[in-house]
Write a protein that binds this ligand. Sequence first.
Ligand code: SAM
Length: 295
Amino acid sequence: MAWLSLKIEAKDNTAELISDSLMDIGALSAIIEDANAETPDEQPIFGEPGDPPPGIWQQNIVSALFDEQIIVKDVMRSLAKVTGLQDLPYSTEIIQEQDWVRATQSQFDPIRIRDDLWIVPTWHSAPNPDALNIVLDPGLAFGTGSHPTTHLCMAWLADHIKNEDSVLDYGCGSGILAIAAKKLGAAKVIGTDIDEQAILSSGFNAEQNAVDAKFHLPKDMPEGIYDIVVANILSSALSVLAPALAKSCKPQGQIALSGILREQTEQVSTIYTQWFDMHPPIFMDSWVLLTGTKR
Ligand SMILES: C[S@@+](CC[C@H](N)C(=O)[O-])C[C@H]1O[C@@H](n2cnc3c(N)ncnc32)[C@H](O)[C@@H]1O
């Protein structure tokens, strides 16, 4: 058995119309991807809950899967009729049946943060069984460890957590940073996220790693003040949350902030300087980690 993959180039204001229309025409699936993915022009979009729908990139590829027997010219003709869009550039490819589970799993290898700290998908054996291994399945919540911001936060936690520290993970996603914090020796770890799915995933992942960390929606958070506050959220949220995050950090405690693009370094750092002595930024690809000590 084989399928036909049809890829259509689309501008930002037509991608969704094309994708929906392809499903109406009989596609088995249709997805929208950044046409500049994995190039320097890639546009990072997190799609945070509560944001206006970020939707779509400026240049998109709409990828649809059809039965191999489909006549592509007919599909393109129907698409033009339904959408009013003529002469859309497209390409096709025949996809042979494969073991989809294995194909998906093969995209996720263990991720090395340091020699002694790894993120290991559940179906892999640990490359270094003596390391601190965080066992994680790529799930619905953000935080598989492959993103530079997660990597930056985790490496920083590994260098700074002391036994008996209390840690707040603000925007916990999959719970990866909270779990790392606990495995690195923190005495008490709490995570929060506005996304209910993230709270569920975090709890599940903590259990899978046999660590005791608690996760709550912001409205259910117990009062608390922490030695370390880590927040890997977008800079807009970090700016709004600054007074609350500062209040959650003990005097002489540390804050670690990421989700910030290089060009936003100055802007975010200036806000946090009100409460923290900020340290030199640490960069990875287009991203930055900002850290500071509470005065
Ligand atoms: C970039 S992910 C980080 C996930 C994980 N901590 C990591 O480092 O990989 C950001 C998370 O912050 C959450 N988030 C966004 N805005 C928030 C807010 N105002 N309060 C709490 N969580 C928020 C999102 O739902 C998302 O799960």
